[in-house]
Design a protein around this ligand. Structure first.
Ligand code: ATP
Ligand code: MG
Length: 585
């Protein structure tokens, strides 16, 4: 662009220069021609006047002499226009000259002039005529004529001088025009290069222009605008960085849709929510990416109103994810409206809500059953059965058992809630698991004997010590042993063993009981969860035993794992972190 600008300015200089020379030469041409003619005319007129003073006979006699000294053709004409003598032509061949322009003019004005082209000489001729007076009338005319070779010569001289001047001036003018053009375009070239750098994203440097005209002001303005632009871009980059950092650290998933309703941004949390099955979602529409009709409908509602819309959706088939979606507009340039969708994973929250609701229902039910029994028997006693002593004792026994059941339930619930609230006081000390188990087995033994179940203690003598609360550890083993005996039919076996595994101390209580279906295994340890509710209740259970074990194990930094085969038996493994560098107890 700039070389073209340089060329255009240079060409303008050349045209202006060329035109000036042309106009000047035309003007000088006219002036030179006019002045040469006037000069010749003056000469001839003067000669004419001098000749006209002489008597006619003298003129005729000295015709050639006079013509020679005037360096002109001399014609003597009488008052009627008849040619009396001519220095160059035969008079007999010349017609009457009265009507010639120069003669008519001389007759009227006292001097005449005309320029005519001579066919003979092929050049313009200047004719001047002066009247010859005899007293008061014109007796004849002196006409002097000279070819205008002088003009051509003068003009030739002029053009030669002009050409010389032009030949000298043109290279100089060219150089000057080039220098001027270059000086004019150099700053523009610098500006072009600088703005080109900026356009390509290189914001370094400053535009320096060494002039003191409008170009300097322009350069200053460009520098100012570039500075402004740089700081605006920097501010925008910072904002973008902050936003991206915020999006990256959010637990909520974020999607941003562009004007074409295609996904242009997806944060890490969103990628985590959508597992690999959804694949690459960038550039897709919401429907293509998530294939969820509720979300699509909510998005369409938002598009119509541009108002925030919320919607709960469920994604996934086997592993369901419940998401609270908030669709809102992103303010931007008109015509570039974007949409942001924030996905809040409420799966766990919903599950907890369900657990809480289940828990309340379970507690209510568990309390209501013994209460109904107690109230029923009390009513029957009040109605008169109290008088029947044998019946009364039986009823009171039932009432007492139901009340004890209620009491156990409340105590168990209290234990769990205390552990959950962190209010349970533990007295941790270095203890031997073997001692605790040896204390627990006799407590459970009567029940086992009753069902003729053999309880085998295969705990090795040398075992690493653990840190634990004796009473709570006893509670753990009693609960697990109680289950093992309770859910094992008569003549079964319960085996206790222990070993060190991956730095943990693992105690296993296995039985040959009824076992647990595979699908129920994951729920073992949930409050009130029982495989067979009625049976458990008949056996006096509340369904809190394993939940307490699970909580207590966690409080000891350990874990409970259950493995079972339906109809064959169950193994409950209790993992305790052993104390480092402690000798066996
Ligand atoms: P509670 O312990 O409060 O007296 P419970 O024994 O029924 O009542 P949990 O100890 O929490 O409750 O056990 C929950 C359920 O797990 C039981 O109802 C039973 O269905 C199942 N279960 C536990 N241990 C065994 C086992 N060893 N064999 C078979 N099923 C078991
Ligand atoms: Mg139990």
């Amino acid at each position: 662009m700039n070389s073209r600008l340089l060329f255009r300015i240079f060409r303008s200089y050349l045209i202006i220069g060329g035109l000036s020379i042309l106009v000047l030469s035309l003007f000088i041409h006219g002036q030179v021609k006019k002045q040469t003619i006037e000069h010749i005319e003056d000469q001839l007129t003067t000669y004419g006047r001098i000749i006209a003073q002489s008597p006619q006979q003298d003129i005729e006699r000295n015709l050639h002499l006079l013509a020679g000294s005037a360096n002109a053709r001399l014609t003597l004409i009488d008052g009627g226009g008849k040619v009396l003598a001519d220095s160059e032509h035969d008079v007999a061949q010349l017609d009457n000259h009265l009507n010639r322009t120069e003669i008519q003019e001389a007759r009227l004005k006292g001097k005449g002039k005309a320029i005519r082209y001579s066919q003979t000489l092929h050049v313009d001729m200047l004719y001047t005529a002066i009247p010859i007076y005899s007293r008061d009338f014109i007796s004849g005319y002196i006409r002097l004529a000279r070819p205008l070779y002088a003009i051509t010569a003068s003009l030739q001289n002029l053009y030669e001088s002009l050409l010389t001047a032009v030949l000298i001036v043109i290279p100089a003018a060219l150089i000057i025009a080039l220098i001027f053009s270059y000086r004019l375009t150099a700053p523009i070239k610098a500006m072009e290069e600088y703005t080109e750098h900026i356009r390509k994203g290189d914001g370094s440097g400053i535009l320096l222009i060494n002039t003191s005209d409008e170009l300097k002001t322009l350069a200053g303005n460009i520098n100012y605008l570039v500075d402004e632009l740089k700081s605006k871009i920097q501010a925008a980059d910072e904002e973008k960085g902050k936003l991206l950092a915020a999006f990256a650290s959010m637990n909520e998933g974020v999607l941003i849709l562009n004007r074409q309703q295609r996904i242009e941004f997806c944060n890490q949390a969103m990628e985590n929510i959508l597992d690999a099955r959804y694949g690459q979602i960038g550039g897709k529409t919401l429907m293509e990416a998530l294939r969820n009709v509720e979300l699509e409908n909510a998005f369409q509602r938002h598009r119509e109103s541009r108002l925030p819309v919320t919607q709960e959706i469920v994604l996934g088939d086997a592993k369901k994810v419940i998401l609270d979606c908030a669709i809102s507009p992103v303010e931007g340039l008109p015509g570039d409206e974007k949409t942001m969708i924030v996905f809040h994973d409420v799966t766990r929250l919903k599950a907890l809500e369900n657990i809480r609701a289940d828990f309340v229902a379970n507690v209510t039910h568990e309390i209501k059953t013994p209460l109904t029994a107690i109230l029923g028997y009390v009513e029957t006693l009040q109605a008169g059965t109290i008088k029947d002593r044998a019946e009364a004792v039986k009823f009171l026994d039932i009432i007492s058992r139901q009340a004890m059941r209620l009491n156990r339930l409340v105590e168990d619930l209290l234990v769990i809630s205390k552990i959950e609230l962190g209010e349970m006081r533990f007295r941790f000390e270095t203890v031997s698991v073997r001692d605790i188990i040896r204390y627990a087995i006799p407590i459970i033994e009567p029940k086992a004997v009753e069902k003729q179940i053999a309880v085998w203690d295969r705990i090795p003598e040398a075992l690493p010590a653990i840190k634990g609360d004796r009473d709570r550890l006893t509670q753990i083993f009693l609960n697990v042993l109680d289950n093992a005996v309770k859910f094992t039919p008569e003549n079964g076996e319960v085996v206790l063993s222990a070993e060190e595994m991956n730095g943990d101390l693992v105690v296993r209580i296995s039985d040959t009981g009824i076992g647990v279906p595979k699908e129920d295994l994951a729920r073992m340890g949930e409050r009130f969860y029982r495989v067979d509710k009625t049976r458990s209740r008949e056996l006096g259970g509340t369904g809190l035993g394993l939940s307490i074990v699970k909580h207590l194990m966690q409080a000891h930094g350990g874990a409970m794992k259950i493995d079972s085969q339906l109809g064959k038996g169950t193994i409950v493994s209790l993992h305790f972190p052993k104390i480092e560098d402690d000798a066996s107890v």
